[in-house]
Each structure stands twice: as structure tokens, then as C-alpha cells.
Design a protein around this ligand. Structure first.
Ligand code: NCD
Length: 315
């Protein structure tokens, strides 16, 4: 797969920061072809993909499994709680063991930032970061961009100049960090909205606008991306109560009206209804892209697996 002679040559997918604009365009272009119904060429026939998830997941793990299978790969889901990790084996020993079984693709989610980058130096297969702590979630940002690209085309526009607000628990969100990098690269105007306690101290250096008030922040926005309060990463009290949080930062019809008229709403899931988003907004197909994000997630991951496996073949 190449775009005007440029070939995707990254050995792993660890961070959006490792990609350039052409890499992203290539991935989105291929992702878009996988949005169509199959049958698909079995480009991963004979390849083995291992899903290694040290943190909980519904969408990400399942979509990698489905994506791999749709392209003909053998997919193994390691149940970490039943593995030797539960007996105290280190991440690197687990990786070395799996590597000896010669997988082609290793999809890893881990609670520590940088775990996959370390692991990628120790294994001979392609490593895909499916979320590392609060650091990055590159495949989520790519699937979000694919969702937007397809939905915006229906409105006769693209991502360039798009004004997008990412709202809520930015501090603990790897989705926000990957999306800020990717959306900035695509020429979007990115804003962060959240209470001061949930905005990272260095966010002012991310090339984004920072707002603490939904009415100010949502003004003239084309897209609103809501985030979950990541309670599992919080030690101590970051918000007074969920009820008060919804009052100030939860997206409902009233706050949606602050944005542009045809504004679209996104959420990576899992959603906490009534905490960061109301059900009537989340479930309204006229504004909500949430189900379409899940659909695009499978297509985008097919494209990522395809690209990385080609690199493997030519390496
Ligand atoms: C996100 C994650 O795990 O970072 N979920 C996902 O992959 N769709 C966001 C979250 O957990 O809130």
C-alpha cells in the first residue's frame, strides 16, 4: 500500500507521535476501504496475532480479534488473569515467552505508560499499543479520525480547520493525548474543556485552547468528544460529586446548543450515562457518532494490522 510512491514503513504502532501526516493519510485511506462490507482479501492468512490485555477492555480487544479474523489471521486472546502474570511473571518475561512462539502481531494494553515501547525492543514481531496508562491510545485516535472523515464527507467537508472540543477527564485520558496529537497534525483547531483539577498542568503546551466552562469552550465547535471520568486512575477527590460534575460538564441538550448547529458528538466508550453525557444526546443518531466509532474501529484496526503485516513481510 503506498500513496504516491510513499510506503508505510513503521515497525510498530506505539504512539501517534511516531507517525507523520502521510502515514496517517495512508492508514485512513486503507481504513476507509475496510468500511465496506466483505469479503476481504485474506492478507493475514498464516499470520498469528496475540491480544495481551493487562487492563479491562470491551471494544478494543474485541475489535482487534474481529479485525484479525476478518483478514484471515489466527487470533489468540491471552487471558492475563489465568496466565503466569498472575503468578508474578514480569512483563518482559511474559513477552519473551510469547515471542518464542513467533507471533507476527502483538496487541498490548498495559497500565504503565511506555510499557509497549519497552516491550517492542525485546520482541521480533510488530507491537501495537492498545492503550498504555494515561499516555497514548493511538488506534483509538485513528479510528476517531476515520469516523470523522466519513461523517464529514457526508456534510461536504474534511478535517482541515475543524473545531473540536475534547471534554472531561483529560488528565487521566490516553484517548485525549493521542487525539490531540493526531487532530493537530490534521489541521484541526483543538480545545480542551474540563475542571482545573482534570486538566494536566502541561496542557498549555499541547497546541490547544484550554477552557473550564462548557459554554465558552463549546462555542462554534463542530465536534464534541466526551470522555469518561477514569475513577480507576484517580487517587483522591478530583470532583465534588458525579451529580455536580454532570451539572457543570455533562453534555445534555442545553450544553449541546452552545456548539454549532450541526455539531457531532463522539465518545470512545465505555460511557457513564448521566455522568459525562445524557442518554438523549448519546442515543440521538442525528448528532451522535458513538456507534459509528465502534464500526470504524474494526475497519481501522484491519487497516493497521494489514499495514504492519506488510512491513513484516518486506522486512
Ligand atoms: C478508552 C480507554 O481504554 O482508554 N476506552 C476505549 O479504548 N474505547 C477510554 C476509557 O476507558 O474511558
Amino acid at each position: 500500500m503506498s500513496l504516491d510512491g510513499y510506503a508505510f514503513s513503521r515497525p510498530h504502532l506505539l504512539s501517534i507521535g511516531d507517525l507523520n501526516r502521510v502515514d496517517v493519510e495512508l492508514l485512513l485511506e486503507l481504513g476507509e476501504t475496510y468500511c465496506s462490507k466483505g469479503p476481504y482479501d485474506q492478507v493475514l492468512d498464516g499470520k498469528t496475532l496475540i491480544n495481551l490485555f493487562f487492563e479491562k477492555s470491551t471494544r478494543t480487544q474485541t475489535s482487534f480479534e474481529i479485525s484479525g479474523k476478518r483478514l484471515g489471521a489466527d487470533v489468540i486472546n491471552m487471558a492475563v488473569e489465568n496466565s503466569s502474570v498472575a503468578k508474578g511473571e514480569t512483563l518482559l518475561d511474559t513477552a519473551a515467552t510469547l515471542n518464542a512462539m513467533r507471533p507476527d502481531l502483538l496487541v498490548v494494553r498495559h497500565g504503565s505508560s511506555g510499557a509497549q515501547a519497552l516491550l517492542s525492543q525485546k520482541v521480533s514481531c510488530a507491537v501495537i499499543n492498545a492503550g498504555d496508562g494515561a499516555h497514548e491510545h493511538p488506534t483509538q485516535a485513528l479510528l476517531d479520525a476515520l469516523t470523522l472523515r466519513v461523517a464529514l464527507r457526508e456534510q461536504g467537508r474534511d478535517l482541515t480547520g475543524l473545531r473540536i472540543a475534547i471534554c472531561g477527564d483529560i488528565l487521566h485520558s490516553r484517548v485525549a493525548r493521542s487525539n490531540v496529537k493526531l487532530l493537530n497534525m490534521m489541521g484541526c483547531d483543538v480545545r480542551l474543556i474540563g475542571p482545573p483539577t482534570l486538566i494536566p498542568a502541561d496542557a498549555y503546551q499541547w497546541g490547544v485552547g484550554v477552557y473550564h466552562d462548557m459554554e465558552d469552550g463549546l462555542r462554534e465547535c463542530d465536534v464534541i468528544m466526551m470522555l469518561r471520568l477514569q475513577m480507576e486512575r484517580m487517587s483522591g477527590a478530583f470532583i465534588p460529586s458525579k451529580r455536580e460534575y454532570f451539572h457543570y460538564y455533562g453534555l445534555n441538550r442545553e450544553k449541546l446548543a452552545y456548539a454549532n448547529e450541526a455539531a457531532l458528538v463522539m465518545h470512545p466508550g465505555p460511557m457513564n450515562r448521566g455522568v459525562e453525557i445524557s442518554s438523549d444526546v448519546a442515543d440521538d443518531p442525528e448528532v451522535s457518532l458513538i456507534t459509528r466509532q465502534v464500526e470504524a474501529g474494526v475497519a481501522m484496526r484491519m487497516a493497521i494490522l494489514h499495514m504492519l503485516s506488510e512491513r513484516e513481510a518486506s522486512a
